[in-house]
Design a binder for this molecule. Structure first.
Ligand SMILES: [Zn+2]
Length: 365
């Protein structure tokens, strides 16, 4: 009932051009375990780089600049998920179950959502983190084939125990989306149970929760990759995991006066009225964080009980607010533009099929 762990969780991350040492003193030292792995650039695996042109990594002591996120409504229970695949609109794709069973917290940690910049200015979080105790089973989020089950996912060096993902499993799913392959990544395992080539059904155990790789405490780092099994191909898992029944998902696209995605803006989401605590979420919009090809979003907040919510944030020294309804099993989509403010309406229907990297920003009248 205490909510997210009180030690910082270092998720798997990606850096623009090098792997930064992100070691901290091992905050959690299990008896007999080694300290947190140090990640360092491996000269043999890294392309030559101009040192002067690189951002200066912040190494130690690690300092977190978290926007004092609101506590997640931890009730210890949520309704069962909608059956997967779940898609109310033609552009929804809640294809995955949760990779942690329902008898544990199985929703993303509020402090470490997708697209966040938590570790250093150039480190984007490319997945969500789910809090769980060491040894908790990690489940396949959908049926698929194990294509990777080892250390070394990031560095592409099998057996590399200094890889930031630690021991990780990648599934290539039996199903894709819009003709493209879908992958899910499960990182920081204490033990890998899946074997390369093995076919898994949703719910099969892939491994156990651990704190291997760039982490100071046990948790699952979960990614959804579309089109390719690479760090650049991730999308927000909160748009891919089926919501609990009766609950919905808030998705937003917030742009500034130049039409650019507002990045790392703190947005507050308050239920009206409700016992459920305030939520806080950060926008994303650059680096390794990708927006959904249809929604072109830079904000996604899953697991909201249906109801009326007030959305609030500060923009150009003004406190802005508006209200939205969250509907069961659905995405509520809004836009904010400098010129027109808030609008609640789904994006226009695309006239061409989706292609990676070619989606055009939504033009607002
Ligand atoms: Zn993570």
């Amino acid at each position: 009932m205490s909510g997210p762990s009180n030690f910082p969780l270092f998720g798997v991350f990606m850096i623009l051009s090098l792997i930064i040492a992100s070691c901290t003193p091992a905050a959690m030292t299990e008896t007999g375990s080694t300290s947190t792995a140090v990640i360092a650039a491996d000269a043999a695996t890294q392309p030559p780089v101009q040192i002067d042109s690189l951002p200066k990594p912040t190494i130690a002591p690690f300092r977190f600049f978290l926007p004092t996120p609101g506590s997640e409504p931890v009730s210890g229970w949520r309704p069962p998920l909608y059956p997967v695949p779940w898609a109310v609109s033609a552009y929804d794709h809640f294809y995955f179950a949760r990779p942690i069973a329902a008898d544990n917290v199985n929703w993303p940690l509020a402090e470490y959502r997708y697209g966040g910049v938590f570790f250093a200015p150039n480190i984007i979080h490319t997945g969500v983190d789910i809090d769980a105790d060491e040894g908790t089973p990690i489940l396949a989020a959908g049926s698929g084939t194990v294509i990777s089950a080892d250390w070394g996912l990031y560095t592409e060096v099998p057996g590399n125990i200094s890889d930031p993902y630690g021991q990780a499993v990648v599934l290539r799913h039996d199903f894709g989306y819009k003709g493209q392959s879908l992958y899910t990544v499960y990182a920081h395992m204490s033990k890998i149970i899946a074997v390369i080539g093995q076919h898994m059904e949703a719910g099969d155990v892939l491994g156990l929760i651990g704190d291997t790789g760039a982490t100071t405490g046990p948790h699952l780092h979960f990614e959804v990759r579309l089109g390719a099994n690479t760090f650049y191909s991730t999308y927000n898992p909160e748009l891919w995991m089926a919501p609990p029944q009766g609950w919905g998902v808030l998705v937003g696209r917030l742009t500034d006066e130049d039409g650019k995605l507002m990045n790392q803006f703190l947005v507050e989401v308050r239920p009206m009225p409700s016992e459920v605590p305030l939520r806080k979420v950060l926008t994303y919009g650059e680096g390794a964080a990708n927006s959904d090809r249809y929604y072109q979003e830079n904000l996604a907040l899953s697991d909201l009980p249906a109801g009326l919510y007030k959305i609030m944030f500060k923009y150009k020294d003004k406190d802005l607010q508006f209200w939205v309804d969250i509907y069961p099993g659905q995405i509520t989509y809004f836009t904010f533009t400098d010129k027109d403010g808030f609008k609640v309406a789904p994006p226009p229907v695309p006239t061409l099929d989706f292609l990676p990297g070619t989606a055009t920003p939504i033009s607002t009248p």
